[in-house]
Design a protein around this ligand. Structure first.
Ligand SMILES: NC(=O)c1ccc[n+]([C@@H]2O[C@H](COP(=O)([O-])OP(=O)(O)OC[C@H]3O[C@@H](n4cnc5c(N)ncnc54)[C@H](OP(=O)(O)O)[C@@H]3O)[C@@H](O)[C@H]2O)c1
Length: 217
């Protein structure tokens, strides 16, 4: 049983990660800006207030945990740019304050920086709307920070497939490092449920510490 704190627990992905972790018997702390927005109750679920952009909140939320998860997202491209890299900077600062007691960090990333079959990043694919491009690039900036400046932090970034949507929990998925996972027809997809399975598997197995990986069918 792991002690897991999660920023973004109210979001589409974070909410599903909370469910998956609780179903597996882990102790979960949802860290949200407004605790009154969390309506569910569970004997293994605690809810505390916290803003991911405030390193002091990160330190408080992370203290005593085994794993800190960030599944935060902005509403649009500008929101993502203002949130994603600054949030990993704040997460790193808040965790560094705990020294050797700092838990692992797992960040939900984006698919845009993954390489497609032609070797180019997904965000270079013609026809991607500008707003989506901005979100993809913001995730790329956050990943670059983790890779270049995270120091002693034990981090993992998990990128979804190109298409992530609610669906079935199959428990089956394939992984890769920096290449988009796609099927024989070139379709890259994963359900939110199976993305959460992969994230909680990573919490339990620690297979990708210090790197990004991705999941798809
Ligand atoms: N859904 C997809 O298709 C998809 C695909 C690829 C990647 N992603 C990435 O995965 C991440 C999560 O996506 P999502 O669809 O689950 O997003 P979402 O439903 O919009 O949820 C975002 C969450 O972030 C929280 N948040 C925002 N700013 C915060 C802050 N300063 N401090 C604490 N919490 C904050 C929000 O909390 P409040 O309740 O306080 O607003 C909300 O719970 C995003 O970065 C997104 O770009 C999503």
């Amino acid at each position: 049983m792991a002690r897991i704190a999660i920023f973004g627990a109210n979001g589409a992905i974070g909410n599903r990660v909370v469910s998956e972790a609780l179903e597996r018997g882990h102790l979960v702390t949802a860290v949200v800006r407004d605790p009154s927005t969390v309506s569910r109750t569970h004997p293994h679920l605690s809810v505390v207030p916290g803003d991911v952009l405030d390193p002091a909140c990160v330190t408080a939320a992370a203290d005593g945990q085994d794993v800190l998860v960030s599944a935060v997202g902005g509403r649009d491209g500008a929101g993502a740019q203002a949130l994603l890299r600054p949030s990993v900077q704040a997460l790193a600062a808040g965790l560094h304050a705990l020294g050797p007691r700092a838990p692992r960090l797992i960040v939900v990333g984006g698919a845009g920086s993954l390489r497609t079959r032609d070797g180019r990043p997904l965000w270079d694919t013609p026809g991607i709307p500008d707003e989506v491009q901005r979100v993809m690039r913001a995730h790329g900036d956050a990943l670059a920070y983790l890779r270049e400046a995270a120091g002693e932090l034990r981090w993992t970034s998990l990128s979804p497939a190109a298409d992530l949507a609610p669906g079935e929990r199959t428990g089956a998925y394939r992984t890769a490092y920096d290449e988009l996972v796609a099927d024989d027809d070139g379709v890259s997809r994963i359900s939110t449920e199976d993305f959460a399975v992969a994230l909680v598997d990573e919490i339990e197995r620690s297979r990708h510490v210090g790197r990004r990986f991705t999941v798809g069918y």
